[in-house]
Design a binder for this molecule. Structure first.
Ligand SMILES: [Zn+2]
Length: 262
């Protein structure tokens, strides 16, 4: 299954990687100071108070509508993010590599995949990883669709993932191909899900060979802490092998592994 075909992909990757656009929102919004982003100064953000207790605890913790890239481990933090699963073949292998190196990651799940494989969603949660809503059907053109369509894509996936996990809610929302809109970011934040971007695309989806994948991440990790891999959508053996090389390499470079700042 090809999730990422089409010409629009790279433009959206770039937009998601660099695009942090403040938007005007009309309710429940106030200014807050974000934590420092690696290599960038803190900036004022707009936040939305979730409509119910979110995954951080019983308090209605405000969630920013801006796209997060920073790591909660600070300037030498790295956030490993794993997209498009869960997949019965590849998710267990990714989980095994992460376990081997003691790394916690963020899994951006497609709603229908989560619904089909609740055992894998629970295994991800049980291992201490975090969940991210990656919509129902991975439509990379959803930024051109109606608000009601975007709402269904996000909220139905949120329900599917939360049900599959046994009640653990996704803490992030990542638009397929980076196709965020001001509306979708605000909607996600209102559900306690911080919009999540990325800084480094491993390009594992193109299967360029493990050596190329490893080299790409090594070269681009200076760009920012959030790295994109996939655990579904085809043969992901290169992704698994690249993680096996990169996780210990990153540690040797002095990086530590964390979660995207919420
Ligand atoms: Zn994806």
């Amino acid at each position: 299954m090809v999730w990422h075909g089409g010409r629009g992909w790279y433009g959206r990757v770039l937009a998601a990687a660099v695009g942090v656009t403040a938007v005007a929102v009309t309710t429940s919004v106030w200014s807050a100071q974000a934590g420092p982003v690696a290599g960038r100064p803190a900036r004022a953000e707009e936040v939305v108070r979730p409509s119910w207790p979110n995954a951080q605890g019983p308090a209605r913790v405000p969630v920013s509508v801006t796209i997060t890239h920073a790591s909660d481990r600070g300037a030498r933090g790295v956030n490993i993010t794993i997209d498009d699963g869960p997949d019965p073949v590849w998710t267990p292998r990714v989980l095994e590599v992460l376990r081997e190196y003691g790394v916690k990651a963020t899994f951006c799940m497609v709603g229908t995949q989560a619904q089909a494989h609740p055992d894998l969603v629970r295994a991800v949660v049980a291992a201490g990883h975090r969940l991210c809503d990656h919509t129902v059907s991975h439509d990379t053109t959803m930024d051109t669709k109606s608000e009601s369509y975007q709402s269904r894509q996000i909220l139905d996936a949120e329900r599917m993932i939360t049900k599959a996990s046994g009640g653990v809610r996704p803490q992030y929302y990542r638009a397929p191909g980076g196709a965020f809109t001001p509306y979708s970011r605000k909607l996600a934040a209102s559900r306690g899900m911080r919009p999540l971007g990325w800084n480094v695309d491993s390009k594992d989806f193109e299967r360029p060979g493990t050596d190329v994948l490893v080299a790409t991440v090594k070269q681009e990790i200076a760009n920012g802490p959030t790295v994109l891999f996939h655990d579904a959508g085809g043969d992901r053996s290169e992704s698994v092998e690249a993680l096996r090389e990169l996780l210990p390499w990153l540690r040797r470079q002095g990086y530590s592994f964390g979660f995207p700042v919420r």
